[in-house]
Design a protein. Structure first.
Lengths: 463, 148
């Protein structure tokens, strides 16, 4: 039946090619450009600043030591024993500083966080101020007045390197040590199927806590399987589709808000009155499904055990004797795979996991198990229980791009009751933090000799 | 029959005299006792108060001397020949009952039904009874003992 209003509601696109752009497209493209350029810009900017600061830090003491020799060599006092000893001290402290900075800062970046890392910025500013103030003092007191006491200059350079080492100690404490002591327990729930885990975190900012949560998500949470959620969605759809509301009074009588309200109220009332047997269906369907899964699992286990008996690891002595039909693990896996393939495929279909495992990955896993002398049960374990996301091939880590949704500023610290949301394409993780309570422990001493017992007597004597 | 430590114990008692019977070279009384301050009072089936560590009659051999003298199972023995039985060990009680040189034991025993009888009779007779009257009527004795 033709809809009479068809002409009014379609949008006509005239003079078109696939490459025409609408206004929204242009806005979206510029925004994307800004974002991507912004992100790259920020990364390069941070890197440039770090390099400049590093060079400044390392070259300054060397500059302090060499400038007097360059600018006023004749007036300079010769360097005595103590002064030369200080040279060694400067050299080794600079070396230690170099190694320490390499250990702390030169690590591959784990993630890109939305806002800057406040502590790092603070430390960079502190280092910059320190170096600048030392330069100021040096230029005013030593360069201008051309101080001849070279030992004083060397000691000044040594004090700068000491101060830098202390700032590095501060950096270690602020960046690494402070968050090690667990302070908050964060409860993380996946929005689609309710899988929940709890993590103990220290005093972190919200964005760093979110990063810790996501990293733990990849190794703790069972893989997100959208095929398992289709049943509840179809039930929900059935509830809604069960009733249709007709407006008998004709259009234009009520205002739209009133109409919607009366409609929903009528639906709720009708749904309450209707005898709903969907719980019955759910019960029987689940029982049937469980029975089917168990049957398929039994067939699978038997098939795999039988397949594994077809191959045997060859010992070294036999290797020299028997020439023919010797296989490497991959070929052995390919040889025994067909006998279990059908049972495995049926099992995966029943448990709706077939898209998680490709043929290639299954054969690879089989070759791996054969190489490491694993039993059939060990081989099957990765199919029987859904493992963490990291276990599966790369396509399933689709969620590399996470969005942090938080009411508080993401650089503010975790507090008791902080909630934030981590959204990715398919689902979201809801995290709530609770403070770990203060524990008051008291001791009670028990003397080992105080453990004494008596028999419970009940005797009867005849007289 | 429950007691408050430090307060004197009051109970309605009955006097029972048992003649020992000679069996072989032993004199026997024909009943068994249980309880004592070294025993577990919670397992005593006859006591009202499960902290009562007194000596109770647990078994009467039918036709024996105790049975003849109207001793009943569940009676608590308060005195044996003048010796107190409310705060003794099981073995001390046995020794006081089985002295081979005595052939008669005079027991003061108490049981729940005695108290009830006394209270019933008091209720029927509004006139306060004198001690002598009571003694004649019921052959009962008011028994007091200072409990440490």
């Amino acid at each position: 039946m033709e809809d009479d209003n068809w002409g009014e509601t379609t949008t006509a696109i005239t003079g078109t090619s696939e490459h025409s752009l609408s206004q929204e497209d242009i806005v979206r493209i510029t925004k994307d450009l800004e974002d991507s350029v912004g992100l790259d810009c920020r990364r390069y900017f941070t890197r440039a600043v770090a390099v400049i600061l590093g060079l400044l830090v390392f070259l300054t003491p060397l500059a302090f030591l060499t400038l007097p020799h360059i600018l006023w060599p004749e007036k300079l006092q010769s360097c005595g024993t103590a002064c030369e000893g200080l040279f060694i001290s400067v050299a080794f402290k600079l070396l230690i500083l170099l190694l320490a900075v390499w250990a702390l800062y030169f690590r591959p970046a784990r993630a890109g966080l939305p806002r800057v890392f406040v502590f790092r910025v603070l430390l960079a500013v502190l280092v910059f101020l320190l170096v600048v103030s030392y330069w100021l003092f040096y230029s005013v007191r030593i360069l201008d007045s051309q101080d001849t006491n070279y030992q004083g200059v060397v000691q000044y350079a040594v004090s700068l390197v000491d101060a830098l080492l202390f700032i590095h100690y501060l950096a270690v404490v602020l960046l690494e040590l402070r968050q090690l002591q667990p302070c908050y327990s964060v409860c993380v729930t996946r929005s689609t199927d309710g899988a929940t885990r709890h993590y103990n975190l220290g005093q972190l900012s919200i964005q760093r806590a979110a990063l810790a949560v996501v990293e733990n998500y990849y190794s703790d949470f069972p893989i997100h399987n959208p095929a398992l959620l289709s049943a509840s969605k179809s039930r929900a759809a059935k509830h809604l589709a069960g009733l249709k509301v007709y407006n008998v009074d004709g259009p234009g009588n009520n205002t739209s808000a009133g109409l919607v309200q009366s409609q929903s109220r009528a639906m709720i009332a009708a749904a309450a009155r209707r005898r709903d047997t969907s719980h019955n269906e759910l019960y029987y369907e689940e029982a049937e499904h469980e029975r089917r899964v168990r049957k398929r699992k039994a067939r699978l286990v038997v098939a795999v055990e039988e397949a594994f008996t077809h191959i045997k690891r060859m010992q070294d002595e036999e290797q020299k004797k028997a020439p023919g039909d010797v296989m490497d693990p991959r070929e052995a896996a390919q040889a025994i795979f067909p006998s279990m393939a059908r049972a495995l495929q049926k099992y995966l279909r029943t448990t709706k996991q077939q898209h998680c495992h490709s043929m290639e990955s299954i054969q690879q896993h089989l070759a791996f198990c054969i190489t490491n002398n694993m039993t059939p049960k060990a081989f099957l374990e990765s199919f029987l229980t859904p493992g963490p996301s990291l276990q599966y091939s790369r396509d399933h880590w689709r969620a590399r791009q996470w969005t942090l949704v938080s009411e508080a500023s993401v650089t503010s610290g975790l507090k008791d009751g902080t909630t934030f949301l981590l959204k990715c394409v398919d689902f979201s993780l809801v995290a709530t933090s609770k403070k770990i309570p203060y524990i008051q422990m008291s001791e009670e001493y028990i003397d080992p000799k105080s453990h004494k017992f008596v028999l419970r007597l009940q005797s009867e004597t005849s007289v | 029959m429950s007691f408050v430590p430090g307060q004197p114990v009051t109970a309605v008692v009955q006097r029972i005299e048992i003649q020992k019977l000679r069996q072989g070279d032993k004199l026997i009384l024909g009943f068994s006792i249980g309880g004592g301050i070294d025993q577990d009072p919670g397992q005593n089936p006859f006591s009202e108060d499960k902290t009562d560590k007194g000596i109770y009659v647990t078994r009467i051999s039918p036709g024996g001397p105790a049975d003849v003298a109207n001793l009943r199972m569940g009676d608590k023995i308060m005195q044996v020949n003048g010796w107190d039985m409310t705060m003794v060990t099981h073995d001390q009680a046995r020794k006081k009952l089985t002295k081979q040189k005595e052939d008669v034991v005079r027991l003061l025993i108490t049981r729940k039904s005695l108290e009830e009888t006394v209270s019933q009779s008091k209720g029927k007779n509004p006139k306060p009874c004198t001690y002598a009257n009571e003694k004649q009527n019921l052959n009962d004795v008011m028994y007091t003992n200072n409990v440490r």
